[in-house]
Write a protein that binds this ligand. Structure first.
Ligand SMILES: CC(C)(COP(=O)(O)OP(=O)(O)OC[C@H]1O[C@@H](n2cnc3c(N)ncnc32)[C@H](O)[C@@H]1OP(=O)(O)O)[C@@H](O)C(=O)NCCC(=O)NCCS
Length: 160
């Protein structure tokens, strides 16, 4: 398996849009984002040296999973940035470490771009991020009035 920039694998954009729209349709619709707009958002994340950025996990030409770093999370907290987002592994490939590898690679990517602290909001998968060293900041935060989420953060670099 390789973890690559979406920028090098843009043919996966329609598949990723389908997967993450189906997973989080309640939040996207509450934010007035349809699938067409999600395609544009992913195009904007097809960067290699600046944020926002999306990575893909690929094996033998098949997409296994994806994850992004985005600049804003309008549904929960404004003023914090950047955010880990859209971490998704296709069902047949779960529980094999793919999700953890995507998150670790995104963290390293952010650190290389000078990010000190990263944030995320999550529904039920809090334990997944705790295992990866993330800390809970706030629980039961309202997200767009459709869901309660947990706000988490991780410091990526040691203070001098
Ligand atoms: C959450 C998700 C990304 C995990 O991907 P994955 O490839 O199955 O995860 P990994 O195999 O790397 O798991 C790493 C560890 O986290 C644990 N874990 C995985 N999913 C978990 C969850 N939902 N809750 C708590 N722990 C979880 C695993 O048990 C594993 O622990 P172990 O190393 O002790 O066995 C995947 O289940 C998914 O795409 N879910 C739907 C979308 C989603 O919920 N995304 C995350 C929220 S933003």
């Amino acid at each position: 398996m390789i973890i690559d920039y979406l920028a090098n694998q843009k043919h996966f954009i329609p598949e990723i849009a389908d997967l993450i729209f189906n997973q989080w349709s309640d939040l996207f619709l509450a934010d007035s984002i349809g699938k067409d707009q999600l395609l544009s958002i992913l195009e904007v994340r097809a960067n290699t040296e600046r944020l926002p950025i999306t990575l893909v996990a690929v094996l033998d030409g098949e997409l296994l999973g994806t994850g992004s770093i985005k600049l804003e999370e309008p549904g929960t907290k404004i003023g914090l940035s950047p955010w880990l987002a859209g971490i998704y592994v296709k069902e047949p490939y779960r529980a094999r470490g793919v999700g953890a590898q995507i998150v670790r690679t995104l963290e390293a990517t952010a650190r290389d771009l000078g990010v000190h602290t990263m944030y995320l909001s999550v529904g039920s998968a809090v334990g997944f991020y705790v295992q990866l060293g993330w800390s809970v900041m706030e629980e039961r935060i309202d997200s767009f009035g459709v869901k309660e989420v947990t706000l988490m953060s991780k410091r990526l670099s040691v203070a001098p």
